[in-house]
Design a protein around this ligand. Sequence first.
Ligand SMILES: Nc1ncnc2c1ncn2[C@@H]1O[C@H](COP(=O)(O)OP(=O)(O)O)[C@@H](O)[C@H]1O
Ligand SMILES: O=C(O)[C@@H](O)C(=O)COP(=O)(O)O
Length: 423
Amino acid sequence: MLMGVIADDFTGASDIGVTLAKGLAGEGGMKTALYMGTPGNAALPDIEAGVIALKSRSLPATEAVAQSLAACEWLLAQGCCQIVFKYCSTFDSTPAGNIGPVAEALANRLGARGVVVCPAFPDMGRTLYQGHLFVGSSPLNESGMEHHPLTPMTDPDIRRVLAAQSENPPGFISWQQVQSGSASVRDALLAQAEEGRCLVVTDSITNADLVTLGAACNEARLITGGSAIAQGLPHNFIARGDAQGNVPQRVGVQGKGAILVGSCSRMTLRQIARHAAGHAVLQIDAEDLLLGKASRETLLDFIEQNQHRAPLITTSGDVSSVSVLQERYGREKVANAIEDFFATLAVALADAGVKRLVVGGGETSGAVVKGLQLGSVVIGAEISTGVPALLAMRNAQPMALALKSGNFGSEDFFNRAFQTLAP
Ligand SMILES: Nc1ncnc2c1ncn2[C@@H]1O[C@H](COP(=O)(O)OP(=O)(O)O)[C@@H](O)[C@H]1O
Ligand SMILES: O=C(O)[C@@H](O)C(=O)COP(=O)(O)O
């Protein structure tokens, strides 16, 4: 294994996994495996890049650091010479972390300084200019992310957000400097390292900027960013003759399917509304879950009876219903109750023969995948930007999954993914 990725959520892990697996157009990527949690066993010998999915974004910082360091040790033991810490392209974090604490702990472990911090993901409209993160034409704090149920983002200045959760004040490289090319960025990172800067917020607006950063980080022990930072990284290994150039294959599995959605992000709410117009949607009252009122039989029946209508079960609510519930019961209790619900439901569905599962939401995907106790999965071709089809084995049976980040996918995503996971 040449490169190792530690991702702070499961949708993000599949997002960066497919970015590495496909690489640059015309060249291909790295043979990449996605591990659902840090594995107990050694990786298969032909894997060139390993992505470990953690569910560490909303944990207390000390736990997130401990899990990330353990993942890092495993990746180093597999031979990785470069580690990437992948977080959300909307820099989802709390005032206490976990991006700053995890990035600094990994930098200390790897002896790295002048480490790139770049959440930009231009294909999804996330750009970083003068340290400020935009989603399309809106600053981060006016993009809807200010209402996220677990990690509301209320400041678009990533330098300030990161400074508040880091021990060392972060450095900065502007877009103008990135335009001077990879050698100049490498020099700038070295200069920042010599000044003692651990983390360096680095602007990027276009994919070409991210490829420049990738080339500048050819020798870096640690890189941090959204998935798009990984675009140019396979090239470094392929150009050296270390990696072969991989193309992700289409994944499809015969059998019943279900769609489970716990994301309350703006795009997901639109996707659910669109799905409801032509397919089967069962809305669960999230408060019923907190009061222990949901019946599993009804849910299994709903999925069984609506196989021809791409059945979707959701708890998602709009900004006001989420905040009413959180004020009544507490943010963590609400999230835990809903995530437990989805984890248990996914297991019941899989036991009842469901073989295709589309999940909406990062934390929700983490809960579902942990519930299903999946180990390593194969990354297939992309269904939409940042969302690959995944092939897992459960009880020696194949299972196809798609884990969709809250704001990813077109309005018809849920039906498209449901159909795409079939052979
Ligand atoms: N109706 C609801 N009210 C409050 N919280 C909810 C509701 N439905 C789902 N949630 C919780 O909101 C969080 C959504 O996060 P996540 O699944 O990561 O979605 P996203 O990918 O959009 O960030 C989860 O913890 C989920 O359990
Ligand atoms: O970088 C991204 O935007 C995604 O890969 C991601 O991590 C999104 O997180 P969720 O919206 O919580 O799924």
